[in-house]
Design a protein around this ligand. Structure first.
Ligand code: FMN
Length: 137
């Protein structure tokens, strides 16, 4: 089985999650690679597809949503899992699977490509000044 993990990431944390997923799949003996959505990977060339996007203002990144729409036929035809990297903190009692945290596009994608699942992961924010040492004590 050959799996591609496609990601859309503005500051890198979603890329990190995608690379982690690909690495774990390889550790379990599955051929897997993580690729940016910008590299226009072709789902037809893989047996299964994982797609993840950072969430901004309750939406997937445009490139990720367009990737799903553009490749709808191929994606509907093979096993697909989705993930979103978003919440930086949760209100008390809430969990990452809280429906309120679900990006707006996921309902549409459930209808159009029937993903096997959608998972929300905690996000991370890496502001530019982090590299200057302002956040290290
Ligand atoms: C301006 C802004 C808006 C955001 N909006 C949301 C949001 O609506 N929902 C959410 O869960 N996370 C939101 N986040 C958190 C990001 O999704 C989180 O930092 C994510 O891990 C960033 O991924 P990236 O590093 O791959 O770009 C927002 C962050 C910023 C800076």
């Amino acid at each position: 089985m050959n799996v591609i993990v496609v990601y859309a990431s503005r500051y890198g944390s979603t890329r990190g999650i995608a690379e982690f997923i690909a690495e774990k799949l390889r550790e379990h003996g599955t051929q897997a690679e993580a690729r940016s959505v910008d590299a226009a990977p072709r789902p037809e060339e893989y047996d299964a597809v994982v797609i993840g996007s950072a969430v901004y203002m309750e939406h997937w990144m445009k490139e990720a949503a367009e990737f799903v729409r553009r490749n709808q036929t191929a994606l509907a035809d093979r096993p697909v899992w989705l993930f979103s990297s978003g919440p930086l903190e949760l209100e008390q009692g809430a969990g990452p699977d809280d429906p309120e945290l679900e990006p707006r596009e996921i309902g549409e994608f459930r209808e159009s490509i029937h993903p096997r699942g959608h998972r929300v992961f905690f996000g991370a924010l890496k502001p530019k000044f982090a590299s200057s040492g302002s956040l290290t004590h």
